[in-house]
Design a protein around this ligand. Structure first.
Ligand SMILES: Nc1ncnc2c1ncn2[C@@H]1O[C@H](COP(=O)(O)OP(=O)(O)OP(=O)(O)O)[C@@H](O)[C@H]1O
Length: 264
């Protein structure tokens, strides 16, 4: 049986990535991660763990935030993306959905979608409207009039207009009511079932672990834990630390290790 770190058909691959902001802040230290074709992979971690930095390094936007990759690499289908500008990475098929509040408020829903994919065929817009019927209903409305959850849907819809092979989602359920968060989660699953791989950064670990095939936990810039999402969800350590389930009988040991059946 294959060891888990040689995961099948890794489309997007991050190897030993170290990222700093200026001289003082090392935000990621030798982080490795794979997003195989067709999977949902989630990255969990507390505030400041480095999740957003990881997304920036993948999407080529690190430089806009004063960050640099000091070692390691990001590849897609074996091709290095380290020096690719952000627009080239989008063309490669790796597209980040902006945060929900980053939609263009004065533009209509439809205009926002157009910004996501000027050359997208009508069928792509239809796909977005099928996934998010509320966007079809409000297509002529200004984006600023949408609710927070609907704006998040629009942000995801805008990313889908670029027809991504890998969709990067940075906390898509942040600040949303539980019912809306569930709707977003269901749609992420549907997007994935239609063939798009997903890298999902979430603070809502319970939701993310239900959705994902595989999960990584970042802790102060390093991968502290990784494994199949179902195994992490069942782990007492993860339940106590990330799912808020406290059982004082069980001591928490927390170091770098892999939760997997291969480890014995
Ligand atoms: N533009 C920046 N300049 C300097 N330091 C930064 C910058 N962005 C992030 N950092 C630092 O890098 C570290 C990782 O931050 P990052 O935002 O990647 O974490 P995160 O896991 O996404 O946290 P959160 O959940 O709060 O967004 C933190 O110590 C943060 O203060």
């Amino acid at each position: 049986m294959k060891p888990p770190d040689v995961r099948a058909q890794a489309a997007l691959s991050v190897r030993d990535l170290t990222v700093s902001y200026g001289r003082a802040v090392r935000a990621l230290h030798e982080v490795s991660l794979d997003v195989p074709q067709g999977e949902i992979v989630t990255v969990l971690g507390a505030n400041g763990a480095g999740k957003t930095t990881l997304m920036r390094a993948i999407s080529g936007t690190l430089r806009f935030h004063g960050g640099v990759v000091s070692s390691g690499k990001v590849t897609y289908s074996g091709v290095s993306l380290n020096t690719s500008p952000a627009h080239r990475i989008v063309e490669t098929g790796i597209v980040q959905a902006p945060e929900g509040r980053r939609v263009f408020g004065r533009m209509t829903v439809e205009e926002n979608l157009k910004v996501g994919g000027f050359h997208a065929p009508e069928s792509t817009k239809k796909r977005v409207f099928d996934l998010f019927p509320v966007l079809a209903e409000r297509r002529k409305q200004r984006a600023s009039l949408l609710s927070g959850g609907e704006q998040q849907m629009l942000a995801m819809g805008r990313a889908l207009m670029a027809r991504p092979k890998v969709l990067l989602l940075d906390e898509p359920t942040l600040g949303l009511a539980p019912l809306m968060a569930q709707t977003i989660a269901r749609t992420v699953k549907e997007i994935n079932e239609q063939g798009t791989s997903v890298l999902l950064v979430e603070q809502n670990a319970a939701l993310a672990l239900r959705l994902a095939d595989y999960a990584y936990v970042l802790d102060v810039g390093q991968v502290a834990l990784r494994g199949p999402a179902a195994e992490l969800a069942a782990s007492d350590e993860v339940r106590q630390r990330y799912l808020g389930i406290v059982d004082e009988q069980i001591p928490v040991a927390f170091g770098t290790r892999t939760l997997s059946r291969w480890e014995g």
